[in-house]
Design a protein around this ligand. Sequence first.
Ligand SMILES: [Zn+2]
Length: 377
Amino acid sequence: MTARMINPSSVPVRQSSIRAHNLALLLNTVANSADPPSRAALATVTGLTRATVSALVDDLIAGGLLTELDPPPRTGAGRPAAGLALTAAGPAGLGCEINVDYLAACVVDLTGAVRQRFTEHADQRPAAAPDALAALGRLAARARLAAEAEGLVVAGMALAVPGLVSPAGLVRVAPNLGWQDVDAPALLRGVPEIADLPVVVDNEANLAALGELRVAGAEATFLYVSGEIGIGAGLVIDGELYRGVRGWSGEIGHLTVYPDGRPCRCGSRGCLEQYAGQEALTADEPLAAAALGIALSAAVNLLDVPMIVLGGAYALHFERLRAGIETELRRRVLTAGLAPVTLRAARLGTDAAVRGAADSVIRGVRDDPAGWLRRAG
Ligand SMILES: [Zn+2]
């Protein structure tokens, strides 16, 4: 009867994926707009019809993702249009971090504002992984309850750990916690108040780098280096985190700075961590700065990154470390005379990893609003 070859079963699939794409396009356009755009402005920017924009915007408002602001007072002819903004009362991300000497949990709303923040300072090394994760789960539950009392809906949870994580969330090794093959999502689900939340686990430096990306600008290229008891790095290239083939890139703490130097927990000698980890840093700042400068020079020579962001304890010590690091960069980076490397402290300071964890949940909602609307509906 007809020459058109359309498989009827594929039509709804295609339409629903177009709708999902357009919902994400509209939500991210609002998120990235300097001023709250009107529906008409969204149609112009996205190229969608005004009718399509209006229908999808209505869905985003009904689903608690967008809010319509009161129009400005009428000044001339015509009706002023209402602006659209991300809602601060809808879905939220729960970020958690376990590190050697503290536990942290925070809740970030869709606009990126921190709504709840809890920290517990305690040495985690004596605790077995199940006990440490149970304590972290209880802290996360407190943050979730406090956020939900404010009308937020926690969409999911992300956990930052100082170790190597498999894609399924198994912590393969976290040397400074003494962990090996720890099923972190399963242990967190043992805490009833958060057992229903989807959990993502990632390396703390990766999540911290993503946290800094939010403040550095979407297209930024930089190496984020986090100084805790251990040292981790996250490489961001044109706004994307480079994880390596198995997700294990960034182990800058085990770059050799002095081949015959101090023995390291990893079995090697002279690793950066032995000279510039938090404990060594407290003992001898100039030596830590020099060791960092040597390791960072190697990274810059290899990667050609224009900026290094120092986080964790390095953010706190930044002004005292800076000159020593820059001396080594000038001495060792081949192109230092052509284009100096920008060195700066993390804008989020020691909060970068837990903020980045919460942000990663929010980014998931922003990139798949259709999924959120399905779950919320
Ligand atoms: Zn090592």
